[in-house]
Ligand binder design. Structure first.
Ligand code: TYD
Length: 202
């Protein structure tokens, strides 16, 4: 049987990088070209009640990075099954955050053992690999300003100090350097320019 082309794309970046807006525009563009597109995210999924409940727990409870990782992972283990099904049905899947958020937020910054994180992720993903991970890279100061303008953006990660976001960005860039599937996108460019670069790299 002919092997299906991998159409799983992940978007990563610090808070306020503009991922969600970009994904929405990309979704509309691809759909206007007649393509089947499924947009999803972690930790919420596609309006998933389990994901929404997990997100609420993570944001409202004071927990350790390890507990956060296990909670993000519990949703991910469900989400991966859905993603595989969508890919099988021929959808292009655009996912706002994935395992790389766990590696950077809970691993590099939260100090949960990276080997443990990688093992859990490998166990959950099995043969699922994104074709490309777009890292939307912006200056944390600019991102923080953008974030403050959005009223609903006030969860515990959004509210973390600038140093935290600088640290997250540094680790994302390091991860992107070590992983050939990453494409770093300059998030300071205009939306049109960014979409053009992403489209060329799909
Ligand atoms: P959310 O508001 O749902 O999405 P976003 O910030 O991408 O618009 O916030 C999710 C937060 O959870 C975000 O700050 C990053 C964090 N996160 C982790 O720390 N680890 C993870 O594995 C994932 C998926 C997210």
């Amino acid at each position: 049987m002919e092997k299906k082309e991998n159409m799983f794309y992940v978007f990563e970046g610090i808070e306020g990088a503009g991922k969600t807006t970009l994904i929405k525009i990309l979704e509309e563009q691809l759909k206007s070209e007649g393509k089947k597109v499924m947009v999803t995210s972690e930790p919420t999924g596609k309006n998933n009640s389990f994901g929404t409940a997990i997100r609420k727990l993570i944001m409202e409870e004071k927990t350790s990075a390890l507990t956060e990782f296990l909670l993000f992972s519990s949703f991910r283990s469900k989400h991966v099954v859905q993603i595989k099904q969508w890919l099988k049905e021929g959808y292009i899947v655009l996912c706002d955050r994935f395992i790389y958020s766990s590696i950077v937020y809970q691993g590099n910054v939260g100090k949960v053992d990276i080997n443990f994180i990688n093992q859990v992720n490998e166990y959950i993903l099995k043969d699922l690999q994104p074709k490309k991970i777009f890292l939307i890279d912006v200056d944390p100061k600019i991102a923080q300003k953008r974030n403050k303008q959005e009223k609903d953006k006030n969860d515990k990660f959004d509210l973390a100090p600038l140093e935290f976001h600088k640290n997250i960005r540094k680790n994302y860039l390091k991860l992107a350097d070590e992983n050939l599937n990453f494409k770093i996108i300059d998030g300071n460019k205009t939306i049109e320019e960014i979409i053009k670069v992403i489209t060329l790299n799909l």
